[in-house]
Design a protein around this ligand. Structure first.
Ligand SMILES: Cc1cc2nc3c(=O)[nH]c(=O)nc-3n(C[C@H](O)[C@H](O)[C@H](O)COP(=O)(O)OP(=O)(O)OC[C@H]3O[C@@H](n4cnc5c(N)ncnc54)[C@H](O)[C@@H]3O)c2cc1C
Length: 384
């Protein structure tokens, strides 16, 4: 390591760019090098599931070119540069044959989409969307197509179902769960979202999975485990994400579900930090924007010499299903208590209360979604 070695940030997603913005609020000059496997274009990932609703294609969703970002933030950005290892003892990042010295290293390299093995010869019609480049490829492949089958009924599957319907596509959702967004929404709220999506024209095939995807004409034929057959032009796989931990683990850095960090975002290796979708912060893997913003603010200070631990506020998530506006703040796992329900058609107010009557979480659909702010004030922030 030399005196001049920069801070290196791996990743130019929301985590990487938020962190560098926070650094520049306090220090305009400290050398920062960003390294990314993709094209480095700045975009807001949550907007990917709103393209048709907002009338935007991949270019329309881009917020800043790599050159603009580098200039605006006074950083160097190396694009299409895939990190292959970390030498924590030498303080060097490894990119194939090349080694880059760092003074401090921040891993903000996100999460991988989970790919499930499918039988059949139609695999090239199966897409997943986890960044702007994926979205561009999906929109291009969609071309004149009209029918999309979505695997997965989680937040991302439901958002894309709503958005693709808004774009005029025929949409089928296939998922093994018996309700949408299991684990995130209590049943009455999940049923409300499903009902409104069905009213919009989305077909649901729950309690089953896709077994085969076979080529048929220009599209595919799907065989479901329950024996049903479906035709589609494209398949969108939205079955989940897994924090990227392999390279960190290979470097001897502690990992669990994510790269293990404490509240100062420090990994087990000196001068190596992790942030965003790849990180497990004090036991929490939170693949959302608000936590990574809070972490970026704390980490910028730490990198500049004032060690700060992140404190999370209450972090509700708005689910972008405009046919049934939904806000959720799940209770902490293992919380003792129960749901109190108020329901009027697809308007559901579900509040999770402890045995002592304290609000621990909520799920709100339809007109109740407007009560998000007020209820958020009652939920205690996430502690360790
Ligand atoms: C469709 C969709 C909708 C969403 N909606 C919401 C929402 O409404 N609200 C919300 O809070 N959250 C939402 N999320 C989640 C949120 O978008 C993510 O939590 C957040 O964008 C993660 O940002 P990140 O920077 O940590 O990771 P990423 O954006 O995945 O960035 C990772 C970066 O690391 C780079 N990289 C990876 N591996 C390497 C390597 N080996 N070498 C070099 N570079 C590498 C990548 O190229 C990329 O630049 C949504 C996610 C999706 C997919």
């Amino acid at each position: 390591m030399t005196e001049q070695a920069p801070i290196i940030i791996v990743g130019t997603g929301l985590s990487g760019y938020s962190l560098v913005r926070e650094i520049r609020k306090q220090d305009k000059e400290i050398p920062v090098l960003m390294v990314t496997a993709d094209d480095g274009v700045s975009y807001s990932k949550p907007m990917l599931s709103t393209g048709f609703t907002k009338g935007k294609d991949a270019d329309g969703l881009a917020q800043g070119s790599t050159e603009d970002m580098a200039k605006q933030l006074n950083v160097q950005v190396r694009t299409f540069a895939t990190v292959t290892g970390i030498d924590v003892d030498a303080h060097e990042l490894i990119l194939g044959d090349e080694r880059l010295a760092y003074s401090k290293l921040v891993l903000a390299w996100g999460a991988d989409v989970i790919r499930i093995g499918l039988e059949g010869d139609g695999q090239e019609h199966v897409f997943s969307i986890n960044d702007l480049m994926d979205y561009r490829a999906f929109r291009k492949a969609l071309g004149e197509g009209k029918r999309v089958a979505i695997m997965g009924a989680g937040l991302i599957g439901c958002e894309f179902a709503n958005d693709l319907r808004n774009g005029g596509y025929e949409v089928d959702v296939i998922a093994p769960s018996e309700s949408v967004m299991p684990g995130l929404l209590p049943e009455p709220a999940a049923n409300a979202v499903q009902q409104e999506l069905e009213t919009l024209g989305v077909g649901f095939h729950l309690g089953t999975v896709v077994d085969r995807v076979d080529r048929q004409g220009d599209g595919v034929s799907l065989t479901l485990a329950n024996g049903e057959m479906l035709d589609a032009d494209l398949v969108l796989s939205a079955v989940g994400l897994r924090p990227r931990i392999d390279l960190a683990r290979a470097a001897g850095i502690e990992t669990a579900r994510g790269i293990v960090v404490n509240r100062a975002l420090e990994t087990s290796a000196p001068d190596v930090y992790a942030l965003g979708d790849c990180a497990e912060v004090d036991g929490h893997v939170l693949l959302y924007v608000l936590p990574l913003m809070a972490c970026s603010r704390a980490l910028a200070k730490t990198l500049l010499g004032e060690r700060v631990e992140v404190s999370y506020g209450t972090m509700p998530v708005m689910i972008k299903t405009p046919c049934c506006p939904t806000a959720v703040c799940p209770p902490p796992s293992g919380a003792q208590g129960g749901w109190e329900m108020e329901q009027d058609g697809s308007n559901v107010k579900a509040v999770f209360k402890s045995s002592g009557g304290e609000v621990q979480g909520f799920a709100l659909t339809g007109r109740f979604a407007m009560e998000k702010q007020a209820l958020s004030k009652e939920v205690p922030p996430i502690h360790g």
